[in-house]
Design a protein around this ligand. Sequence first.
Ligand code: NAP
Ligand code: MG
Length: 440
Amino acid sequence: MLLSADSVFLLFIYVIYRDNVIKYKMSFESVRRNAMNKIQMTTPLVEMDGDEMTRILWQIIKDELLIPFIDLKTEYYDLGLKHRDETDDQVTRDASEATKKYGVAVKCATITPNAARVEEYDLKEMWKSPNGTIRAILDGTVFRTPIVVKGIDPVVKCWKKPITIARHAYGDVYKNVELQVPKAGKVKLTYTSDDGTVTRSVLVHSFDGPGVVQGQHNVDASITSFAKSCFEFALSEKKDLWFSSKDTISKIYDHRFKDIFADLYENEYKERFEAAGITYFYTLIDDAVARIMKSEGGFIWACKNYDGDVMSDMISSAFGSLAMMTSVLVSPHGYFEYEAAHGTVQRHYYKHLKGEETSTNSVATIFAWTGALRKRGELDELPGLIAFAEKLEEATIETIESGKMTGDLALITTLENPVKLNSADFIKAIRTVLEEKLAE
Ligand code: NAP
Ligand code: MG
């Protein structure tokens, strides 16, 4: 049968139309299926974007490791210095309030302005540290945990699992008053209640000649809130909690810390700890230090302000690298804010701006995301989201253990022939491993 030119033309039009409908239907179907296959979230995370090199990593992490796999829901706050300045820092307060509303936040490193930054960014004011503002609003304690991988070996050989440090961030020597004593005389410590009904006084020292004297304080409310954050975090992480002080020497001051922890544990946490199979352990700081050097790690160590300041630096350098340290602010009310412990890596950012290649370590920032996603998953009962967070952490660690890493780690690894990747390629290498894991 011969077809007329017109009908051939019509058939031709029809075939093109039909193929396109099929193609369109197919692409629509794949988009729909992709969206359905993505791991679902119900409540948003509070997302606090930041500055410099970490801001660059932030976007790559989202594009390569999160958005392709999860239906990422966030309430976005731009804490980049320029936007903090434009909003007179209101954005930082808004982000903190949002954290109270949703319970979980993830934060990119941010610049704390100094005189040089005021000039560099032409700031209206030398805005306060965002972390300080957030902590003041959420009233929390910061927990820092090293990320342990094979090939980046802790200096202390027996440490197999991370040691988390919690530092009480109020009072003691950081809010002290000091006096230089010029010549022989007496120094007394005097308390008078506001209504004048109670006074107490003790002799600090009777000086025979010149010397120095110092007054320190702390308040029950802050110690209690610190203790609560520690107990809450231990439950959340299912890890033992240690607390240490010098109560044998400081029989009133340090003993108050010990008592507040002990009372709270007995009255509010003991049963929950027993149910979770974890323990609370108090010991003298000297004993804690000696035991830790012989332990295999894997617990949380709550420290008074000064001990935490010093010991957190020791722990982070002994575990290998600041770029491998995560940080989470836990409020006694149960809000969690996850971030990397390091800063914005300014030196690398200036290289990046000049078009030079960078090899900046994104591990702690990735773990800030996984920490927040896992917590969101726990609160919203989303096992898929929790499993995703686990897999992303495993993929990150396995990538490094397979020898692919950023320059900072390549310098210190015990693995032979490490491959140093640039910032973006390292994240892409993690994606490859993650895709394999998700396909399993
Ligand atoms: P930093 O950003 O932590 O970086 C200090 C140095 O440590 C870097 O120059 C780099 O050493 C190394 N480093 C840190 N993180 C690294 C990573 N992820 N990968 C590879 N190397 C890493 O500290 P900073 O330079 O003193 O501070 C820069 C800005 O960060 C400041 O404006 C400060 O206010 C801010 N900051 C923010 C936070 C926060 O938001 N939580 C905390 C601390 C500092 P090399 O140069 O030798 O490669
Ligand atoms: Mg310190």
